[in-house]
Design a protein around this ligand. Structure first.
Ligand SMILES: *[C@@H]1O[C@H](CO)[C@@H](O)[C@H](O)[C@H]1NC(C)=O
Ligand SMILES: *[C@@H]1O[C@H](CO)[C@@H](O)[C@H](O)[C@H]1NC(C)=O
Ligand SMILES: *[C@@H]1O[C@H](CO)[C@@H](O)[C@H](O)[C@H]1NC(C)=O
Ligand SMILES: *[C@@H]1O[C@H](CO)[C@@H](O)[C@H](O)[C@H]1NC(C)=O
Ligand SMILES: *[C@@H]1O[C@H](CO)[C@@H](O)[C@H](O)[C@H]1NC(C)=O
Ligand SMILES: *[C@@H]1O[C@H](CO)[C@@H](O)[C@H](O)[C@H]1NC(C)=O
Ligand SMILES: *[C@@H]1O[C@H](CO)[C@@H](O)[C@H](O)[C@H]1NC(C)=O
Ligand SMILES: *[C@@H]1O[C@H](CO)[C@@H](O)[C@H](O)[C@H]1NC(C)=O
Ligand SMILES: *[C@@H]1O[C@H](CO)[C@@H](O)[C@H](O)[C@H]1NC(C)=O
Ligand SMILES: *[C@@H]1O[C@H](CO)[C@@H](O)[C@H](O)[C@H]1NC(C)=O
Ligand SMILES: *[C@@H]1O[C@H](CO)[C@@H](O)[C@H](O)[C@H]1NC(C)=O
Ligand SMILES: *[C@@H]1O[C@H](CO)[C@@H](O)[C@H](O)[C@H]1NC(C)=O
Length: 664
């Protein structure tokens, strides 16, 4: 009896595993070995002995004298400390790193600070045995690792591995322990969702090894930057940063995308809190928040948009965690921050922007539309927070100011003939950022105006994605993530899915210069990989993972209407898909939405925590406008869609619900 009982227990444990675990790119252990040989040069033998598949063979790599090299491919972007064992008594081994195949070289690493590349790591071998990178020589992101013999005798290496350092606060064997999942009939979307989740893990790091940019300009004799990681950029044991290789800093704009992504994948909100604490620790006496966390916070760069992004970020943590003590603790600073922002509003009703630092874009002065739509959004959050804090004076004032921003933006900056807002009164340039935020913020309420913006943005797509003319020739996955939300909010679901497939899957995963695992920070409209002023770009950037939360929120349809999902809406968008299974957990419990359709029948299974309440916005199958519903608590009622194209089930109590909709 006993053996079969333990077998049974094992089977139950396995069934309870994280769903769709096979898609998770995070490693199952922190010890990682290369999966392929990418390049060899000079006299090299038995290079396959160091591959993950060859490690038990007992073989060893031999690199011939001076400059023979081999480049290993880990098959995905990783982070950590390089380790190797040598059987040689002496010599010098150089190690270089690169995220992209574009910068593979035996002379230098891809650059963390601008045009100049980074120096190789050099190990002086003084005897056979194990060598490990010093703590400060952690490399934040690389897919390719090159070993080069810099000595005059041949070198033998019998083991090579990387100790993976991302997600430092999670147990070594729990890196795949996701709380969320996404699966559909479209493999491109599935891969994009999981690459977004893994990107967020890659940018979650030990804050004592932050800042790959602002520390030194020292170079080695070949003119390559010396590098190390030893700036403490936040308190705590983990923090959510912008990029894994660079900058390794707290940037609020980046966090505006990454926090909702974290919430639906790993629910690692503590790393986000540590990053926001770092920014709020440096608030000035007049209420202004710094452009970035430490050490950016010591400079005098002022950014209106990053200021409001920090306010939005704290609200995001509150929304997903439902932690009242968090917002109580932040409220005084939050309110002072909101007051600093509204003090920029002039007699037109719009804010006149003089704190003009932003993401890559230029021309942020005056009545800028991006800044003002962000202000409108933040004011709307502020009204809700002020009510939460029983501050009706602030709620009423902010509500009036929001209405003023809304009407002035439409009066002064809307271009009806173009179907897009202009950047400010002195230009016709229609930016991607301000137009996407005009919809996302709720500033534009007219459905035909929303559709016009979505259509006009789509009309500008090129072969590599959605352009941002406000930043010259850039494609910004950051702003394009907001553009996706614009198309979803316009109910132009297939347009949003097409942009994810073309831009995030076909280009950002599958192009051979990419890592096929994490998302790049930006690139040119020509598909060239430069993002001024950085020729070697960060290939693991949290702000580029917009599709991950969008697929869960709009396609799975799961939306939290109050903290941690005490109230919720499940409103699946079908587009051209036939099957979706999405879910995640908050402190209140699990939320999931699983649906399938064949154009005649639409089936939905949802699960929400007991004690919560919500509404379900059912799409009818195909183009049907009336249907029969059967399922939990329903006995074949006939329904018709309302003007929004859905049938709504109001006041649905938490728990499990199954509904079958048959088109009539
Ligand atoms: C390696 O040896 C060289 C030459 O002796 C020396 O200049 C360098 O500092 C040493 N590097 C390390 C990391 O010990
Ligand atoms: C390499 O060295 C480490 C540490 O000494 C050891 O645990 C490991 O087994 C060695 N690898 C091989 C292939 O001998
Ligand atoms: C994985 O996460 C769950 C909660 O989501 C937790 O109960 C479990 O202990 C974690 N497992 C590991 C190995 O960390
Ligand atoms: C590095 O060089 C840049 C550009 O010349 C300069 O702005 C910066 O202050 C320098 N940093 C340090 C730490 O010297
Ligand atoms: C960081 O490392 C560099 C290079 O080793 C060293 O010069 C510097 O003093 C270190 N800084 C801190 C804060 O430890
Ligand atoms: C760490 O916390 C202390 C105390 O709140 C604060 O003074 C300091 O600025 C924080 N450090 C960083 C890098 O945020
Ligand atoms: C107005 O917008 C244009 C286009 O982005 C820009 O060139 C210009 O500098 C902006 N004006 C101000 C005052 O920033
Ligand atoms: C914004 O304020 C600046 C500085 O006071 C001023 O020069 C500029 O004319 C103002 N812009 C607008 C559009 O009012
Ligand atoms: C999109 O659909 C939702 C749900 O049916 C509806 O509430 C909303 O008004 C629609 N938006 C637009 C711009 O048509
Ligand atoms: C990219 O990764 C996926 C798994 O996520 C794999 O199936 C595919 O073969 C990889 N593509 C390349 C070109 O390596
Ligand atoms: C859709 O599925 C239903 C139930 O399985 C089936 O009766 C119907 O024929 C299917 N319709 C189409 C168009 O495949
Ligand atoms: C719904 O109608 C549109 C427009 O007429 C058509 O292109 C589409 O194929 C129809 N979809 C289904 C599932 O019948």
């Amino acid at each position: 009896m006993l053996p079969s009982l333990s077998l049974l227990l094992f089977a139950v444990g396995a069934a309870a595993a994280v769903p769709y675990q096979e898609y998770i790119l995070a490693p199952s252990s922190r010890t990682i070995r290369p999966t392929a040989v990418y390049l060899r040069s000079g006299s090299v033998s038995s290079e396959a002995a160091l591959l993950d598949s060859g490690v038990s063979s007992g073989g060893r790599l031999t690199l011939g004298a001076f400059n023979s090299s081999v480049t290993y491919d880990f098959g995905k972007n990783i982070a950590g400390w390089v380790n190797f064992n040598t059987t040689s008594d002496g010599g010098s081994l150089g190690v270089t790193f690169s995220e992209s195949s574009l910068w593979v070289s035996s002379e230098a690493c891809d650059g963390t600070r601008g045009i100049i590349l980074d120096a190789p790591m050099v190990f002086n071998i003084t005897g056979a045995g194990h060598y490990a990178a010093p703590t400060i020589m952690e490399r934040g992101a690389f897919r390719y690792l090159t070993l080069v013999n810099r000595g005059l005798d041949s070198l033998s290496i019998d083991d090579l591995w990387v100790h993976f350092t991302a997600m430092p606060h999670w147990a070594d064997d729990s890196l795949q322990n996701y709380t969320g999942w996404f699966n559909s009939n479209d493999e491109k979307l599935n891969r994009v969702w999981y690459a977004g989740a893994y990107t967020l893990q890659m940018v979650t790091m030990d804050p004592t090894r932050g800042n790959a940019v602002f520390y030194s300009n020292a170079t080695n004799p070949d003119g390559f930057y010396l590098w190390w990681l030893n700036t403490t950029v936040a308190n705590g044991t983990s923090m959510l940063t912008d990029g894994a290789k660079r900058d390794r800093l707290a940037w609020s704009a980046d966090l505006s995308v990454s926090v909702p992504g974290v919430a639906v994948t790993t629910f690692d909100l503590v790393s986000a809190r540590n990053a926001f604490d770092d920014i709020f620790d440096f608030q000035s006496a007049d209420g202004m928040l710094p452009y970035g966390g430490f050490p950016v916070s010591l400079g005098n760069a002022a950014s209106f948009t990053y200021h409001v992004y920090a306010l939005i970020g704290v609200w995001n943590v509150y929304r997903w965690s439902g932690d009242q003590s968090y917002i109580d603790e932040k409220w005084v600073q939050w309110k002072a921050g909101m007051e600093w922002a509204v003090a920029q509003i002039d007699n037109t009703g719009l804010a006149n922007i003089t704190a003009t630092f932003d993401w890559l874009r230029f021309g942020m002065g005056g009545h800028n539309i991006e800044a003002n739509t962000l202000l409108f959004y933040t004011l709307s959050l502020g009204v809700a927070l002020a009510r939460n804090q029983n501050d009706s004076t602030a709620a009423d004032r902010w509500s009036q100011l929001a209405a003023g921003v809304q009407s002035a933006a439409i009066d002064l900056l809307w271009q009806p003939d173009v179907g897009l807002f202009k950047d400010n009164e002195t230009t016709t340039l229609a930016p991607q950022d301000g137009n996407t935020w005009a919809v996302k913020s709720g500033l534009v309420t007219n459905a035909s105006q929303v559709a016009q913006i979505s259509e006009a943005l789509q009309a500008r797509w090129g072969p590599y994605g959605a352009p941002a003319p406000e930043a010259a020739d850039a494609i910004s996955p950051f702003i394009s993530g907001f553009e996706l939300e614009t198309h979803f909010m316009a109910n132009r679901t297939t347009a949003a899915l097409t942009l994810i497939r073309n831009m995030w899957a076909d280009f950002m995963l599958d192009d051979p210069r990419m890592t096929n695992s994490t998302f790049i920070e930006g690139y040119s409209t020509t598909g060239e990989l430069h993002y001024a002023p950085y020729p070697s770009i960060s290939h693991a950037h949290g702000w580029s993972i917009g599709p991950t939360s969008s697929l869960t929120t709009y396609v799975g349809g799961i939306q939290l209407l109050s903290g941690a999902g005490a109230t919720w809406a499940i409103v699946p968008q079908v587009g051209d898909l036939t099957r979706v299974d999405a879910g995640f957990s908050t402190s209140l419990g699990g939320f999931s939405s699983k649906w399938s359709t064949n154009g005649t029948v639409f089936r939905l299974e949802i699960s929400t925590p007991e004690g919560t309440t919500g509404i379900v916005g059912l799409p009818l199958p195909g183009n049907h406008t009336s249907a029969t519903l059967t399922g939990t608590d329903l006995e074949g009622v006939t329904v018709t869609v309302d003007e929004s194209g859905r049938y709504w089930i109001e006041d649905s109590a938490g728990g499990d619900l199954e509904i079958t909709v048959v088109g009539l």
